[in-house]
Each structure stands twice: as structure tokens, then as C-alpha cells.
Design a protein around this ligand. Structure first.
Ligand SMILES: [Zn+2]
Length: 355
């Protein structure tokens, strides 16, 4: 690729609505007029609940369907998916489920050079639409370039029946854009890093949009859920426009990744991001109490205790955060926080020390 070349990788078609799974074959045909073999990647629970409906819809459109049941989001598992795709002659890989199945399908489709359809069953994070996959096995918890879905199919009735905790985690992931965008701008100013105003605005808009609709989202109304889903789609698209996870992942994500590494009881990604956003917004001089209020409104954890992690784990994650991905410059600086600074930050924002 020549210097100065910028590639934008975004979905061709996004469908959000009721009964979308029954129409999957029709939308598949619109995006892939010639492809006729699909491999569906899914977990055992989604297989039991929804696979026959999806299969029926795809087969009715003349598409041959194979499937692979996956259990963990690791590079090895993604390799298995790619091998199965080759063996079955799949021309399109469909990720059907939460983060795991989608990340595996996304990564395998890039490596196999075939199409990719994202069919999320929860609204828990923006990976459902982004061209990046987070998989274990790269010795660091971070996202690797994968592929933007050609087609995103979101069946609102399926997402609405997912556990509330998972969908609210998506709200936490989106609120994180309030600090990630600031971190990006900071890296641009201090490091001369590429900064895309449009992608940054789009990511920020997705956070502001869910903030404005936090009451509807908290109440679990259809409108609230739609706003949440559309904001997740926008945030994923912002990453596709930027060509990196920069607009959607800053210091709050570094903290969340670090916490996932040290915590004995793992919180959901979006829950950890939400908690991180409270602390990072304090560092950025934003109205952290207001941000905390938004998280509380939808019932997301705002203290270590509520998140189910220890105060020590929060402090450790804060001190580690900047070092797990040194090339990603954020408000945490190059070396990150000292133990004392980390403890003070967590205490001042009442993440620890209040029982
Ligand atoms: Zn995230």
C-alpha cells in the first residue's frame, strides 16, 4: 500500500428489525448474488435456540448451509473455523451469536478470503460491526485487523430476549467513546498520530446518542434497544472509516483489557469499559459524575464492588493499563500511573473506598 493511502472498510448492508432471521436468505442474496455455500459459526446455545430458523431461511434462498459449534474466542479456534470453511467450500462465513462467534467468523473470513455476515444476538459491544476481532492467543488482549461484515443482520426480537445485563454492557462500551475520542485527539496533538475528524465525530455521536436515550434504554423499550443497536453499528463503522480501533478504544479500554487479565471473576467487556470511563473522564477533566449517573441509570456497575472485582484488582489494572499496549498513546501517558496515582484516581472517583 502506498504512503498516504487510506482504505475505508464498511458494511454494504445493515438490517435492523423484527423477524430478520426469517428473511436472512433474501438479504443474503441481495449482497451475494452468486455465492451459494455458507458456513455458520455459533455456540451451542444459539444452535439450539435459533439455528434451524436461520438454516431454513438460507436454504429457501438456495444457499447450502454448514455449521461449526465454537466454544472460545482464540486464534486456534479461528483456525479450525477457517479449515472447516475450506473443507466445506464455504463462500461466506456467518458469525451468529455474541462476541465470540462473530469474532471467530470475522477473523476466519479474512484469512480465507471469503464473505462475512454478522448476525449478533446481543447488543453487548461494538465488535458486532467493526472490522477488528478480539481473540486470545496473540499473547496480548487486543484487537487484530479482520474484516468488516458485508452484511449485518440484527433481529431485534432475538436481541430483546437476551439477558438484560448483556445488552446494558453495550451501553457501557458506547459510553467509553467519550474518553476514547479524547485519547485519540491527544495522541494526534502530542504524537502526530493520524486523526480522522469524521470517524472521531461518528464515534462520539454514538456515545452521545445513547446518553440522550438512556431512559428509554434503561426501561428496555423497543426504541431504546434500536438506538443502542444503531449506535453500536455506528461505532463499528467509525472504526472501519478510521482503519483502526482508535475512535472506539482508548484509555478506558486499556483499563478494561488489563482488568480482564488480572480479575479473578471476569466482568463483561462493556461493564469494565464503563467503569474505566468514569476514571478516565476524571483524568480528561470531563464531568465524570454525570457519566457515572448515566451508567447508574441503566444499572451498570460504578464501583469495584458492584463490578465484582477487588479494589486491589482495580488498582493493579490501572497501573498496568498503559503498558499492555504501549503504541496506543492515551491520557495515561507512556509509563502509566504509579500505584499511588492509581489508588488516588480510583478513590476520588469513588470506584473504590465506598462500601
Ligand atoms: Zn469495546
Amino acid at each position: 500500500m502506498k504512503r498516504g493511502t487510506h482504505i475505508i472498510d464498511i458494511p454494504k448492508k445493515v438490517v435492523v428489525g423484527y423477524g430478520v432471521i426469517e428473511e436472512a436468505g433474501k438479504f443474503f442474496r441481495e449482497v451475494y448474488p452468486r455465492e451459494s455455500r455458507a458456513l455458520v459459526v455459533l455456540g451451542p446455545r444459539i444452535y439450539d435456540m435459533y439455528f434451524s430458523r436461520l438454516k431454513g431461511s438460507l436454504e429457501a434462498a438456495g444457499i447450502e448451509v454448514d455449521y461449526i459449534i465454537v466454544r472460545e474466542a482464540s486464534v486456534d479456534e479461528a483456525e479450525k473455523v477457517a479449515v472447516t470453511a475450506r473443507e466445506t467450500g464455504a463462500e461466506v462465513i456467518v458469525g451468529f451469536g455474541g462476541g465470540r462467534s462473530i469474532d471467530l467468523a470475522k477473523y476466519a473470513s479474512r484469512n480465507s478470503g471469503v464473505g462475512f455476515v454478522s448476525l449478533p444476538t446481543v447488543a453487548s459491544h461494538d465488535g458486532i460491526t467493526s472490522p477488528f476481532a478480539s481473540l486470545r492467543g496473540f499473547n496480548k488482549p487486543m484487537s487484530v485487523p479482520a474484516k468488516s461484515p458485508d452484511l449485518i443482520l440484527i433481529d431485534v426480537s432475538i436481541v430483546a430476549s437476551a439477558p438484560r445485563r448483556y445488552n446494558m454492557a453495550g451501553f457501557g462500551d458506547l459510553i467509553g467513546k467519550l474518553t476514547s475520542v479524547r485519547d485519540w485527539k491527544l495522541a494526534h496533538k502530542l504524537r502526530g498520530e493520524y486523526y480522522g475528524e469524521y470517524a472521531a465525530s461518528l464515534a462520539l455521536l454514538s456515545a452521545k446518542h445513547v446518553a440522550a436515550y438512556s431512559r428509554e434504554i434503561a426501561a428496555g423499550t423497543v426504541e431504546g434497544l434500536r438506538v443502542l443497536l444503531e449506535a453500536l453499528v455506528s461505532s463499528g463503522v467509525a472504526m472501519g472509516i478510521a482503519g483502526s480501533t482508535r475512535p472506539a478504544s482508548g484509555s478506558e479500554h486499556l483499563f478494561a483489557h488489563a482488568l480482564m487479565m488480572v480479575a479473578e471473576r471476569k466482568p463483561l467487556h462493556g461493564e469494565a469499559v464503563g467503569l474505566g470511563t468514569i476514571m478516565m473522564s476524571y483524568l480528561h477533566g470531563l464531568k465524570w459524575r454525570k457519566i457515572r449517573g448515566l451508567l447508574r441509570r441503566v444499572g451498570l456497575p460504578t464501583t469495584a464492588d458492584e463490578l465484582g472485582v477487588s479494589e486491589e484488582e482495580v488498582i493493579e489494572a490501572l497501573t498496568m493499563a498503559a503498558r499492555i499496549r504501549p503504541e496506543r498513546y492515551t491520557i495515561l501517558g507512556e509509563r502509566g500511573l504509579t500505584r499511588e496515582a492509581a489508588e488516588e484516581l480510583a478513590r476520588k472517583t469513588e470506584v473504590i473506598g465506598r462500601r
